[in-house]
Structure formats: structure tokens, C-alpha cells
Design a protein around this ligand. Structure first.
Ligand code: NCD
Ligand code: ZN
Length: 344
């Protein structure tokens, strides 16, 4: 039976425009979002020319007009643009500040603790600071968040002891939230061995124990949201040595979570909490009740059976069984997908 859900929010996507539109752009990325049940997506700043100035932000806002769904942005910092924070922090299209404490796609790494501290101090906004921090970097960033009394969101948490760090910080009353990706919930380092580049991303896939702890952390509420970290790269880029970091995720997250519902590992309400209620609250997403999706959570399908909307054209979950393929999507009362077909 077709069920109605609020349309989902993905707080972490890389739509690659401008600068890498051979693998995604706002139009194709938004189609992937809609096909996957998301209509509000927050784009990351790690473009080849990173989003670290008002001009770059305005350029992205203009380019994003071709998107078929709502797109918001996380502003970036390279540790040298704190003087721009004032002019962008109240922009309604900006939902957070992204801080890279680890090497990945893009050129925004900050390692110096003094500079990190200066960034935390300068971000005078209730919008969260999003952290790409792995292992010890996370311990440092949590401490900086606490000392500066700033709201932080830990992106794509992936290791069991990181979940423990967040649990402890929450216990002490710190303003901290965390997100986990579908690939860290459904895959492990074994998949990386099999799939090589196609299962290579930052942070890397963990052990079976890490995966268990991530599920437990999510179910108990230490981890607040599921974020796809949709990071498309071409097959050619994934087959190179070393491969580019990142995997697409917008079209597969919902079907995988409804499979976990079908297997009675989680409840339908959990999916709504992790993909709608919590991201809406954390990032203050202005979405009303006239934006919704319909799907049948009991209906199985194979991932990839009708191709992909993402320009990169592949998924690490290709061929996996999933449940509840999105059938229709309505944005602010306007039907944008019907019978699995995007109407544009
Ligand atoms: C992301 C990308 O390709 O932009 N890659 C990834 O492996 N997650 C960058 C990032 O979020 O770290
Ligand atoms: Zn990312």
C-alpha cells in the first residue's frame, strides 16, 4: 500500500557545480535527490574553487536555479576567510559552516589548532559548524566546540570510539549532533576489499563491530541523522590508482533503510526521525506539510534496476535488494514525480 511521508532532507551532498560538472551538476543531482525521496539537500563547499567567499556563494546560488528541488549550502573555510563570516552567516541559503580537519576531495584542510580555534571563535552564528574530523581530530574539534560554546555537527561518523566521544559530550550537555552515512551502516571494510575504488571514501569503511556500534548509536539517539554524503565520481576516476574518494548515495538511502524496517531492525518512525525530523530541527529547514513523497514500504526492488539519475551512473549498492521505491514526489503542492517518472 502506498504510504505518505514528509519528503526527506539530506544535510550532506556534493553536487559538483561549478568545477566538476562532468560527474554531477545541480540539475542531475537534484533529479537523483527526487528519485531517492529527498527534496531539500544541503550542498558542500569543496568545489575545485571552494565556497569560501561571498562571490563564490552567490555564484552557486545562481547556478542552483536549475535544480528541481530545494538546495541549501554549507559555507566553507580555509582558515583565511573569517572576515567574510559576518556577510554570509545570515544568508537564508546558508545552513552551516563546513570545517575540514582531514584530507579529502578539495583544498580546505586546516590542521593548525590555533587556526581552528580562531575559526570557531569567528563563527558567531546559531547555525552549526560541520566537522569532517576523523579519530583524534574529532577529539580536538569537540573540545574546541565546548570551549567556544558553539553548536557542532559531526559528519559521517564511522568508528566505534567516535560514537563514544559524541555520547560523552552529549552527556555533559554539549551542543553536539552527529550524522552517519548509509554506506557506513550497510557496508564494511570487506566490501572495500571486493569493490576496491568503488567502495573507497572518506572516512573509510570500518569493521563489523564499527557497523554494529553505529546502528546502536543511531537507535539510542547518540547519532541524530542519516546523511548520504552523496559524492559522485566517474567510473574512470574510481578505477584510477589511487581512486577518488566518495560514493553516490541520494538514490539508495531510503530503499536501504526501508529494507531494515522490513527486517524489523528499525521502525518506520526511525526513518522519518533520521531523514526528516532531526535534520529539519538541527539545520532549521523551512519545509511545510505540502511537500511529501509516497512509497510502498512493503514492495521490494533491486537497486539500479531502472538505471540512475546521478550523472556518474553507478552505485556501490548496485543489485542489492531494497524496499519502498519512491513513487511520487510533491514539492509545495506541485507534483514533481509520478509513477517513478520525474515530470521535467
Ligand atoms: C567527498 C567528495 O568527494 O567530495 N568524498 C568523500 O569520500 N566523502 C568529500 C568529503 O565529504 O570528504
Ligand atoms: Zn562529504
Amino acid at each position: 500500500m502506498l504510504n505518505k511521508f514528509p519528503s526527506f532532507i539530506d544535510a550532506h551532498v556534493h553536487l559538483r557545480e561549478p568545477g566538476a560538472t562532468h560527474k554531477e551538476d545541480f540539475y542531475t543531482g537534484s533529479r537523483a535527490a527526487i528519485a531517492g525521496g529527498f527534496t531539500y539537500i544541503l550542498d558542500m563547499p569543496n568545489n575545485p574553487t571552494p565556497t569560501v567567499s561571498l562571490e563564490r556563494l552567490q555564484e552557486k546560488i545562481a547556478l542552483s536555479k536549475k535544480a528541481l528541488c530545494e538546495v541549501g549550502f554549507h559555507y566553507g573555510t580555509n582558515g583565511k576567510n573569517m572576515d567574510t563570516f559576518e556577510s554570509i552567516k545570515n544568508n537564508p541559503r546558508v545552513f552551516g559552516l563546513k570545517l575540514y580537519c582531514n584530507h579529502t576531495t578539495g583544498e580546505m584542510l586546516i590542521e593548525d589548532k590555533k587556526i581552528l580555534n580562531a575559526v570557531f571563535k569567528a563563527w558567531n552564528s546559531p547555525k552549526p559548524i560541520l566537522l569532517h574530523a576523523e579519530g583524534n581530530e574529532l577529539a580536538i574539534a569537540i573540545e574546541l566546540g565546548r570551549m567556544n560554546n558553539k553548536k557542532i555537527h559531526v559528519c559521517h561518523i564511522s568508528q566505534s570510539y567516535e560514537v563514544e566521544m559524541v555520547r560523552q559530550a552529549k552527556k555533559k550537555g554539549q551542543m553536539i549532533t552527529a550524522g552517519v552515512t548509509p554506506h557506513h551502516l550497510f557496508m564494511t571494510e570487506k566490501d572495500r576489499e571486493k569493490m576496491k575504488g568503488y567502495a573507497t571514501m572518506k572516512p573509510p569503511l570500518g569493521s563489523i563491530k564499527d557497523r554494529e556500534v553505529l546502528w546502536k548509536g543511531l537507535i539510542e539517539g547518540t547519532i541524530d541523522i542519516v546523511e548520504t554524503d552523496h559524492a559522485p565520481h566517474t567510473k574512470e576516476e574510481k578505477e584510477k590508482d589511487p581512486p577518488a574518494y566518495g560514493v553516490p548515495g541520494l538514490e539508495t538511502a531510503v530503499g536501504l533503510l526501508f529494507k531494515a524496517v522490513k527486517e524489523k531492525r528499525i521502525k518506520v518512525g526511525d526513518v522519518v526521525k533520521w531523514l526528516y525530523e532531526n535534520p529539519k530541527n538541527i539545520f532549521k529547514i523551512p519545509q511545510g506539510a505540502d511537500t511529501y513523497i509516497e512509497l510502498d514500504p512493503e514492495k521490494p526492488y533491486r537497486i539500479g534496476e531502472s538505471g540512475y539519475e546521478t550523472k556518474c551512473g553507478w552505485s556501490p549498492f548496485d543489485g542489492w535488494e531494497a524496499y519502498g521505491k519512491v513513487e511520487s514526489v510533491v514539492i509545495e503542492g506541485r507534483k514533481i514525480m509520478e509513477n517513478h517518472k520525474i515530470l521535467n
